[in-house]
Design a protein around this ligand. Structure first.
Ligand code: HEM
Length: 449
C-alpha cells in the first residue's frame, strides 16, 4: 500500500476550535461524532477537546498513537469510554488495569491459540449455514439485525458449545439491550445520568441481571460435568496462573461477558457495512462472486478455504478501514508524562480513534474510496496507521477469531445470495461508541451461477 506518511520529529498540539461556554465540544461530539473527531487531525497531532467539565486529548498522529498503545503502563485502560464499559462489565480482559492485565492475558491466551481456530471455525460454519438456511428467495431482511443474530449465534456457540441450544440462548436479547446501553452511556459525558431510574436504565439493569444469571447457570453446569468441550468456557474453567490458581466464578462471568460484548457487535457491524459497500461497488462484487464461484461453487465456506479467498479477506480489511467498529477508545494517564513534547498530568483522559487515522489522506490515499486492492501489497502498514484491532499489549485477543468469522460469513452468504440494500440514501452510522450502521433493509436474491 502506498502512503505519503513520513515520521516527524516535531509534533504539534492545539485546542479544537468551536468550544461553547460550559458545554465545550460536547454538542458537536454528540451530534456528529464521526465528522467532529475525523476533523481534529487538521488542527494538530495532539488536540485538546472539552467535553462538558472534562478536558481530553485526541491523538491524531500515528507515531503518537503507537506510543500511546505500546506504553500501556503509562497510558492505562481508563478514561470516559473504557470507564463506562468497566462499570457495566467489571474487570474483564478488555477493561482491567495494566496491573491485572498480564496475568489475565496469559490465562486467556490459550482460548485463542492458533490450534483452537479450526474447531471454532467448524462451529462458525455450522451456525452460519443454519441461520442462512432459513432465508428464502425475495426475503427482505433488516441487515444489521440479521448480522447481529448471526454473530450472537456464533459467539454463543463458541463460548458454550456444550449447551444444546447455545445459538438460541436468551443471551441475544440481553446482550442487545446491554451493548446498546453501554454504547449510549459512553457517548454521554454527563456524570450520573445512567443512575436515573428511567425505563431505559431499568431495562439495562434487568438485562445485566439476566446475563449474570445465564452465565452463573452455565458455569455451574460445566463445573458439574467436568468435561472439556473444546470451547471458550471450558478453557476459562481449566486455565491456571503461574501459582496453579484458576479463575473464580465472578472472574469467569466478567470474561464471558467481555467476549460477548467485544465479539458480537464488532463482527456484526463489519458484515453489515460490507453489504452496503459491495452494493455500491458492483465491480468489486462481481470479482468477489467470481472468486467464490471458482473456489466454493455454491457450497458453504470452510476454514481451509480461506487461503484461497484472498479478495474476500481484502474486502474485510478494507471494510474495517472505512468503518472500524471500535472507532474511538480511551486511556488514562497513570503518572505525569509527556506525549509529542506536550506535558500530560496523571489522570488526563487520552483518546485515539482508528476512524480518524484510517481517513487521513496522507496515510491512505483517496481515503473515502472503497478499494480492497490497496491491500494487495505485502508491505504492512506502518504501526499506528491501521488500527481496527488496536496495538500493543492490549491489542484485540479475538482479531483472528473475528476476521475468520467475518470471512466465512461473507463467503458463504455472497456465494449464494445477492444482498441488495433498499435505501436510496447511503446508510449512515449510528451515533454510538461502536460504529454500526443504522437499521436498513435489503432484499435477498438467490444467485444463479
Ligand atoms: C471485527 C471484529 C473485532 C474488532 C474490530 C475488535 C476490535 C478491538 C479493539 C480495537 C481492541 C483494543 C481496544 C483498546 O485499545 O482499548 C479490542 C480488544 C479486545 N477484543 Fe476485540 N475486536 C473484534 C473481535 C473480537 C472478538 C471476536 C473477541 C472475542 C471473542 C474480542 C475480544 C477482545 C478482547 C477480550 C479485547 C481486550 C484485549 C486486551 O486488553 O488484552 N474481539 N478489540
Amino acid at each position: 500500500m502506498t502512503t505519503h506518511y513520513r515520521p516527524t520529529a516535531q509534533y504539534t498540539s492545539a485546542t479544537a476550535p468551536g468550544a461553547l461556554p460550559l458545554l465545550g465540544h460536547a454538542p458537536a461530539f454528540v451530534r456528529r461524532p464521526f465528522d467532529f473527531v475525523a476533523g481534529l487531525a487538521a488542527h494538530g497531532d495532539l488536540v485538546k477537546v472539552r467535553l462538558g467539565p472534562l478536558d481530553a486529548y485526541v491523538v491524531c498522529h500515528p507515531d503518537l498513537v503507537r506510543r500511546l498503545l505500546t506504553e500501556d503502563r503509562t497510558y492505562d485502560k481508563g478514561g470516559i469510554i473504557i470507564d463506562k464499559v468497566r462499570e457495566a462489565f467489571g474487570n474483564g480482559l478488555a477493561t482491567c488495569p495494566a496491573a491485572d492485565h498480564r496475568r489475565q492475558r496469559r490465562m486467556l491466551q490459550p482460548a485463542f491459540h492458533r490450534d483452537r481456530l479450526p474447531g471454532y471455525a467448524a462451529m462458525m460454519a455450522e451456525e452460519i449455514a443454519g441461520t442462512t438456511a432459513r432465508w428464502r428467495d425475495g426475503d427482505v431482511i433488516d441487515v444489521p439485525a440479521a448480522m447481529y443474530r448471526l454473530t450472537t449465534a456464533v459467539t454463543a456457540r463458541c463460548l458454550f458449545a456444550a449447551h444444546e441450544r447455545a445459538g438460541s440462548l436468551p443471551v441475544h436479547e440481553c446482550m442487545n439491550v446491554v451493548t446498546r446501553g453501554v454504547a449510549r452511556r459512553m457517548m454521554m459525558p454527563l456524570p450520573g445520568a445512567d443512575r436515573i431510574p428511567t425505563p431505559g436504565n431499568r431495562r439495562f439493569q434487568r438485562a445485566q441481571r439476566g446475563l449474570k444469571e445465564i452465565t452463573r447457570r452455565l458455569i455451574a453446569d460445566y463445573r458439574a460435568a467436568g468435561t472439556d468441550h473444546q470451547d471458550l468456557l471450558s478453557t476459562l474453567l481449566s486455565t491456571r496462573d503461574e501459582h496453579g490458581r484458576g479463575l473464580s466464578d465472578g472472574e469467569i462471568h466478567d470474561q464471558v461477558v467481555t467476549f460477548l460484548l467485544a465479539g458480537m457487535e464488532t463482527t456484526a457491524a463489519t458484515l453489515s457495512w460490507t453489504w452496503t459497500l459491495l452494493a455500491a461497488n458492483p465491480a468489486a462484487r462481481d470479482r468477489l462472486n467470481a472468486e467464490l464461484d471458482t473456489v466454493l461453487d455454491g457450497r458453504p465456506a470452510r476454514h481451509e478455504d480461506l487461503p484461497a479467498l484472498p479478495l474476500t479477506s481484502r474486502i474485510i480489511s478494507e471494510t474495517l478501514r472505512l468503518y472500524p467498529p471500535a472507532w474511538i477508545l480511551s486511556r488514562t494517564v497513570a503518572a505525569d508524562t509527556e506525549l509529542g513534547g506536550h506535558p500530560l498530568p496523571a489522570g488526563t483522559t487520552v483518546l485515539y480513534s482508528p476512524y480518524l487515522l484510517h481517513r487521513r489522506a496522507d496515510l491512505f490515499p483517496c481515503p473515502d474510496r472503497f478499494d480492497p486492492d490497496r491491500w494487495l501489497t505485502t508491505a504492512r502498514p506502518a504501526p499506528g496507521t491501521y488500527t481496527p484491532f488496536g496495538l500493543g499489549a492490549r491489542r484485540c485477543i479475538g482479531d483472528t477469531f473475528g476476521t475468520t468469522e467475518a470471512a466465512l460469513a461473507l463467503a458463504t452468504i455472497a456465494g449464494r445470495w445477492t444482498v441488495t440494500p433498499t435505501p436510496r440514501q447511503p446508510v449512515r452510522p449510528q451515533r454510538s461508541s461502536s460504529m454500526s450502521p443504522r437499521s436498513f433493509q435489503a432484499t435477498l436474491t438467490r444467485r444463479v451461477r
